[in-house]
Design a protein around this ligand. Structure first.
Ligand code: PEP
Length: 243
């Protein structure tokens, strides 16, 4: 099932400078020997140079965001048209965009549609905050994010389940809790989509997620900035998934 092929996606967020970005991309290219899908998401200004560095390798390139219009007076925004020739993927609905840039499900829905219209594959992030979980509302929040962000969309896209409390904290979800949430996501969507886990993944804990058939890989933040760590996650996933 091509659409469920394991994927390890590295979200570099707003880190590195050009020199370090190109070095990291080069190291990942050199070290990659496993046959699962690998995608990296550098900051916008580095995309074209990183593309050049990874050319000839199977590494896919993605953007960390796009705007939901093609062009116009939207100072500081990036149109899907500007990146669609080099980016296969785009991360949408990340909790940092929801929190710091006030993106709601309606806006995420418009972005998902725009990405699909231009042939860019969205990775849609959903996940509950700690207070949602404590109040027993985790699944309610996840359901409402899925339904809002995917309103009137039936394309088979990649979902990343990212509990907000696990992102950048060094405290990942337990494998069985991630599994439960991801099973729920599959149930809500009622179609066979690829679902990743994200939140403090590293090479030592990745197996606790990808050992489950329902978890197709990971969206990795902090650990994707170190080639040895990132390649370790890829390698371990390939081993566990039997690639
Ligand atoms: C993320 O931001 O998508 C993420 C999973 O970050 P980290 O791996 O650093 O928790």
């Amino acid at each position: 099932m091509e659409h469920r092929r394991p994927l390890i996606a590295g979200n570099w967020k707003m880190n590195l400078n050009l020199e370090r970005a190109l070095k990291l991309a080069g190291e990942i290219k050199e070290g990659l020997s496993d046959d699962i899908e690998v995608a990296i998401f550098p900051p916008f200004p580095f995309l074209f140079e990183v593309k050049r560095v990874i050319s000839g390798s199977p590494i896919k390139l993605g953007a960390q965001n796009i705007y939901h219009e093609d062009e116009g007076a939207f100072t500081g925004e990036v149109s899907p048209i500007m990146i669609k020739d080099i980016c296969e993927y785009v991360i949408l609905g990340h909790s940092e965009r929801r929190l710091y840039f006030k993106e709601d499900d309606n806006m995420v829905n418009r972005k998902v549609r725009k990405a699909l219209e231009h042939g860019i594959k969205p990775i849609l992030c959903v996940g509950e905050r700690l207070e949602d979980r404590k109040e027993g509302r985790a699944f309610e929040v996840i359901k409402s994010q899925l339904e809002g962000s995917l309103r009137d969309i039936d394309a088979s896209i990649t979902i990343a389940y990212e509990p907000v409390w696990a992102i950048g904290t060094g405290v990942p979800a337990r494998g069985e809790d991630a599994l439960e949430a991801i099973k729920f996501i599959r149930e809500v969507l009622g179609r066979d989509v690829r679902v990743l886990y994200g939140g403090s993944v590293n090479k030592d804990n990745i197996a606790q997620f990808v050992r489950y058939e329902e978890i197709d890989g990971a969206l990795v933040g902090g650990a994707s900035l170190r080639s040895e760590e990132f390649l370790g996650i890829v390698r371990r996933t390939a081993e566990v998934k039997g690639f």
